[in-house]
Ligand binder design. Structure first.
Ligand code: SAM
Length: 321
């Protein structure tokens, strides 16, 4: 299996699944307009983690710069999204640093946590919740996206916190944005059990966090991605994750016979994603901490290509629906 690099002159062919090592701000402009049915992604948190690669998002000196940079990335995402497409966006929050500058070492992942903290954003006080997900959501709404839902991802196994003066955080947001007022949404595919039988999916999802595969420490659970894919795509559709990490979205796409395009800056995570996506599907799903979801279609087998070739995993479907 190979990694694809993109040059400025080369548009990307998207007829099969593809994993691209590169900076999202350089790769997205190589994609054709309206070529992607759905985007599911989890950008880096602001000021939390140093992924150790030049060009990474999340190290901006101010919260405003972070929100602006991501808003620019998602403007390009909107260009490549089909008119009836959907963006599912998960983003973590945090608290002001209290202008403490230095961060206590992360004993579990000493080489990953940032050792400095950004100053309090203007207007915020010590101990204030930053509200990063909502700041970005309002920015995207302002930029033209339709904000259709805020899903609460409740984590029943959330990490304990040492706080005694506020509730322990046990949730994150998953926003559903669309490009237009009318879009593809298969409510029936993600109905949930109710007292009197199946009912429309509610906006609170109870999903355990799962131990991350390999070196990565912030991958999201397969169970979080699967309903998004089922509601917003059909078999054969193309799903994009511009912050691919170790490839959870690619795995979910394979399991449900969708094509994927993954963009990831860090070569270690690209290698990890390649490993995950080369495994037999059941083993890969288990390794990612999720059970294999019921799939209406048989997923394609992975294929290996010589370096330089574009497709990573073939699909029986072609793009351009
Ligand atoms: C929260 S993690 C995503 C994890 C992913 N959802 C998974 O399940 O593995 C964010 C990822 O964004 C990547 N990243 C940061 N800046 C980037 C950039 N400019 N272009 C592409 N990827 C970037 C990081 O290397 C990291 O792997």
């Amino acid at each position: 299996m190979k990694r694809t690099h993109v040059t400025k002159a080369s548009p990307l062919a998207l007829d099969e699944s593809l994993l691209v090592e590169g900076d999202v701000t350089e790769v997205l402009p190589r994609l054709p307009d309206e070529s992607v049915q759905c985007v599911i992604t989890s950008p880096p948190y602001w000021g939390l983690r140093d992924y150790g690669v030049a060009g990474q998002i999340g190290l901006e000196p101010t919260l405003a710069a972070f929100v602006n940079r991501l808003t620019g990335v998602f403007a390009e995402v909107r260009r490549v999204l089909r008119p009836d497409g959907t963006l599912w966006l998960n983003l973590g929050d945090g608290y002001t640093s209290g202008n403490r500058g230095r961060r206590a070492p992360d004993r579990k992942n000493p080489n990953r946590a940032m050792n400095t903290r950004p100053d309090n954003p203007p207007g915020l006080k010590d101990k204030d919740l930053l509200g990063v997900p909502w700041r970005l959501a309002f920015g995207l709404q302002q930029d033209g996206w339709y904000l259709r839902s805020d899903v609460i991802w409740h984590k029943p196994n959330a990490m304990p916190e040492s706080v005694q003066d506020r509730p322990t955080r046990a949730h994150e947001y998953l926003f559903m944005f669309t490009k237009s007022g009318r879009y593809h949404y298969d409510a029936g595919a993600i109905r949930e059990p109710g007292g009197r039988g199946p009912r429309n999916r509610r906006s609170v999802w109870h999903i355990h966090t799962t131990p991350s595969a390999g070196a990565h420490i912030a991958s999201f659970p397969l169970e979080l991605v699967t309903p998004c894919l089922l509601a917003s795509t059909r078999p054969g559709d193309l799903v994009l994750d511009p912050f691919f990490g170790v490839g959870t979205v690619g795995l979910a796409a394979r399991l449900l016979d969708r094509r994927f395009l993954g963009i990831e800056l860090n070569p270690d995570y690209v290698a990890e994603a390649e490993r995950l996506l080369s495994q037999p599907l059941d083993a890969a799903a288990r390794r990612n901490g999720g059970r294999r979801p019921a799939s209406p279609a048989k997923p394609p087998a992975p294929s290996r290509r010589a370096p330089g070739a574009a497709p990573l995993l073939p699909s029986s479907r072609r793009p351009g629906k």
